[in-house]
Each structure stands twice: as structure tokens, then as C-alpha cells.
Design a protein around this ligand. Sequence first.
Ligand code: ADP
Ligand code: MG
Length: 253
Amino acid sequence: ADVQRSLLSMKNINMTFGGVRALRDVSFEVRPGEVHCLAGENGSGKSTLIKVITGVYRPQAGAAIEYDGQKYTHMSPVTAQASGIQVIWQDLALFPEMSVAENIAFQTVLGHRPRRVNHTAMRETAERVLARLGVMLDVDLPLREYAVAQRQIVAIARALVGEAKVVFMDEPTASLTQSETDHLLEIVRNLSASGVAVVFVSHRLAEVLEISDRITVLRDGRLVGVYPAEGMTQSRITELMTGKFFDHAVRAQ
Ligand code: ADP
Ligand code: MG
């Protein structure tokens, strides 16, 4: 039963931008070490949900977060990060002119004495997390020497330095080739196997089915439901995402 334990849950999330209700009474739950996909058409509220959960946006009153056994009404991005909720943003938020090691470990190694960066410690930290991901990169090279797929891995490595318990990835495969995607999915599996939960957004349903344990479907800012990936099909997810049901006996919750 402990397998069903929740690591992070957020209930009654409402978020409005001007007149647009981006999220209506959405609930979302992540279990330790699971791969959880967020599916939904463009504009269904996936990125907004990630931003609310990771503290970028403050939800309207009434929301309740529970994380690692503690209750919150809102978490700042700093609190979220410090307590192990990490995000890989679509633009990756990396520094091309800095080395791989600096991108991964600069903040961590900087510590309390910003004037004295310990380059050896930084390199070691970077190499340790990359090894954990099963990836070899020259950590002394400037990041700009690497392609998008590797930069993505650097962003994941940086998240891991921060003792991640859950990593959110918003469309990480959008600009990757098939083989790069396969590699990233393998990394996601390794993360999950090492106990880190991954919340994954993708438009490619084959990928979603391949990688996830559970799938949360959003439509027009509303929660359609949460489904085990096992037994799910691409056409069923499409039905849930679009609301166009071929089998009228099946109803969204
Ligand atoms: P998704 O990631 O599923 O494509 P989003 O969460 O980005 O969807 O957007 C959900 C809805 O909220 C859309 O209608 C979008 O236009 C709107 N929206 C998202 N962010 C903003 C914002 N910062 N300002 C105004 N509207 C926004
Ligand atoms: Mg989005």
C-alpha cells in the first residue's frame, strides 16, 4: 500500500488569466518514483499546472498542496526547489558560454562564499550526476559546443544536483530526433528507477504510453481523469483529450 503513497498532491487549483480560466478545480498527484505524464491538447493548461505546482504562479484561494507530508497553500519557487521539486524549462535556462560543469553545479558549489568557487568540487559534482544519468560529457567544454539533446541532459543533471524528489519536464522531446528522444526516455527511466518521480509533458502519444506509469488528462483547463498507462491506447488518450468519444458508454469523470 505504501506504493500508493503520494509525494506531492495539489487540490482545487484554479488559475485565471484576464478572462481566460486556464485551470478549473484541477487536482494533481505525484507518487514517489513514478513517471506521470500530463496529456492534453494545446492550451489545455499543462504548462500552467506545472507553473502553479512549482511556485511560479500563485493559484487562486482554496488550493491545498501537500508535499512530503507537509501542507502548504502556496510554495515559492525557491521553497519548491529547495525541497526537491525541480523543473526543466522548455528554454532550459542554461548558460551557453559557461562550461558544462558550471551549468550543472555552479549554484551548488557557490555556497556561502560566492567569491571562491571550488572548480574541482564543481567538476566532481557535475561528473557524479552525469554518471548517475549514464551520460559522458566533457564537463570543461562550454555548453554551446553541445547540441540541444545534450543541453537537455545538462539541465536534468543540474536539477539532480538539487536533490530532486520530483522533476517536471515540459515537452522535453519537442525538438529532439528519434534517437535523442530514445536516449532521454532511457534517462527518465533511470531517474524513476532511482526513486525520483518524473512529470512529463509530451504531444507524442506513443512516447507517453512507452514511458509513463500514470497519465493525467486535461481538457480546456479541466481534469478529465487520471489513468494507469497499462491498457491505455493512443486513440483512447486522444478521445479523452478532445472529448470526442467513439464509445459513448465511456464517460469522462
Ligand atoms: P498547454 O501547456 O496545455 O498548451 P497552457 O497552460 O500554456 O496550455 O495555457 C492554458 C491556457 O491559459 C491557454 O488558453 C493560454 O492561452 C492561457 N495562458 C497561459 N499562460 C498565460 C499567460 N501568462 N497569460 C495569459 N494567458 C495565458
Ligand atoms: Mg505548454
